[in-house]
Design a binder for this molecule. Structure first.
Ligand SMILES: *Cc1c(COP(=O)(O)O)cnc(C)c1O
Ligand code: SF4
Length: 457
């Protein structure tokens, strides 16, 4: 006798109302025309990547002027003050600008990513520092981070097609701001040459992440120089070009034939020598995926280019089950594999965007199983202090009252313990009280570390 005998018909799923399959409803048509400045822009122009780049907005006053008729004066003043105090450079593509719902900009998930508001600026966490991931400390030569045994991160240049408020590399990416004087990582052949030589000298390296900044901003011939040189290194087996581009300017994939051709050529060259070359991108919200995105992803698929996605968990953007579920389903629908969702790093000036480890545990539980396992991302914490990526569930200790979680990372440093800190404004009262007293800070960390170490015995 089977132990679980379901009554006949039990477990048969009733059909789903097709109207609820909203992940397939991609925004199409000429949606950009609702922005006054784009009212006369036809489709061919809006799809032209040169037009998108040339019209990307790099000054707060210009950005706000473009939407002044659409948003309230209070919002505009709030954003003006917000930009004034933000550590990140400003750059927003027309594509993103047109996808923001300016009639409700406080709630809009894309606005939250690119336009800071003074009214939402919370104090930074006391344990925050600018290069919280210690990418510079683990760097044998400028722009290469070699932390894990067989893989390394290559920062090819320091510019991006847009600048995200929450950027983890605000120590280097973008131009200097009032708040931060940046480390220089230019697209320079002699800097790259030192990186190639280091990689050649390390037979254990099999995998290179080609990032930045952003691989979208490499010229086609630069992308080929890097790809060909790396493919020629016998011990390298895998590489990924990392770009936010598909999420913020999918037009480039459709109309920059030189860049697309260079990428396709590198993927093809890799395939011929049995090396995996892929594109990694960074969608954070389902609203970033439109009919234009789908055409771009179709073009990549036709060229046999695999696309994987790394999202950052952002409060009010994708931290609800509905938003994260929709994102994952919609990415699957356009053939983008959800790879990682990162707990937000400790970054200056964006406490309003961070969430707690506790909420991530629940979110992960709710979304796993919504779609194919290979499209369901792993939720991770990039452990501050250079611990690297850890499954969010794998902490040695977590205190939801003080918001301290402690991780180990044996492949990086077998003896080390790494702490992540939840944003203070989301802690229960008792935790907020303790952090408000600077004399308590060391005790909070020490007790978390002691609890983690006690578990090791
Ligand atoms: C993320 C990262 C990698 C790649 O890690 P995967 O888990 O394979 O995606 C490599 N080096 C550094 C320093 C990184 O931060
Ligand atoms: S695209 Fe990536 S590297 Fe560039 S600003 Fe955004 S998060 Fe930072």
């Amino acid at each position: 006798m089977p132990i679980f005998q379901a009554p006949p018909g039990h477990g048969v799923k009733p059909p789903v109302d097709p109207d609820t399959l909203i992940h397939r409803d991609l925004v199409g048509g000429d949606f950009w025309r609702k922005i006054p400045a784009y009212r006369e822009i036809d489709e061919a122009t809006f799809l032209d990547h040169r037009w998108q780049s040339k019209n990307s907005i790099t000054r707060p006053d210009k950005l706000l002027n473009a939407v002044r008729e659409l948003a309230s004066p209070e919002f505009i003043a709030d954003a003006e003050a917000g930009f004034h105090r933000a550590p990140m450079s400003v750059r927003v593509s027309p594509y993103i600008l047109a996808l923001i719902d300016w009639s409700s900009p406080y709630q809009d998930p894309l606005r939250r990513q690119f336009v800071p508001l003074a009214s939402r600026l919370f104090p930074d966490h006391p344990k925050l520092d600018l290069d919280s991931l210690h990418e510079q400390a683990d760097s044998p030569t400028p722009g290469l981070t070699h932390r894990y045994p067989d893989k390394a991160l290559f920062l090819t240049l320091d510019t991006c097609p847009v600048y995200c408020r929450y950027c983890t590399r605000s120590y280097a990416v973008g131009v200097d701001t009032d708040e931060v004087h940046k480390v220089s990582l230019k697209a320079k052949p002699d800097r790259w040459d030192n990186i190639f030589k280091y990689i050649e000298s390390r037979p254990e390296l099999e995998d290179i992440v080609i990032s930045g900044g952003d691989a979208y901003n490499l010229r086609a011939e630069q992308l080929k120089i890097i790809g060909e040189r790396l493919l020629a290194i016998p011990h390298l087996r895998r590489m990924r070009f990392a770009s936010k581009g598909p999420a913020v300017m999918p037009q480039k994939i459709l109309t920059d034939d030189a860049w697309f051709g260079a990428l396709a050529e590198m993927v093809e060259a890799g395939r011929k020598v049995h090396k995996d070359v892929a594109l990694h991108t960074h969608f954070n919200h389902a609203n970033e995926i439109t009919a234009i995105t789908q055409r771009a992803m179709n073009r990549l698929m036709e060229a046999g280019i695999h696309v994987r996605n790394q999202s950052v968990l952002l409060r009010g953007v994708n931290d609800s089950v509905a938003a994260m579920g929709l994102l994952i389903k919609r990415m699957s629908y356009v053939n983008v594999h959800g790879y990682y969702v990162y707990q937000h790093d400790l970054v200056k000036g964006v406490e309003d965007l961070r969430t707690t480890v506790g909420s991530t545990l629940e979110l992960e539980k709710q979304v796993r199983g919504m779609t194919a396992g290979y499209n369901s991302p792993l939720f991770i914490v990039d452990a501050p202090g250079g611990g690297g990526k850890r499954d969010v569930h794998s902490f040695e200790h977590y205190n939801p009252v003080t918001g301290v979680s402690v991780y180990r990372s044996p492949n990086v440093d077998p003896g080390a313990f790494y702490c992540y800190f939840d944003p203070i404004d989301l802690l229960p009262n008792e935790g907020q009280q303790r952090w408000s007293d600077p004399a308590e800070h060391d005790a909070i960390v020490d007790e978390a570390l002691a609890a983690a170490k006690a578990r090791q015995r």
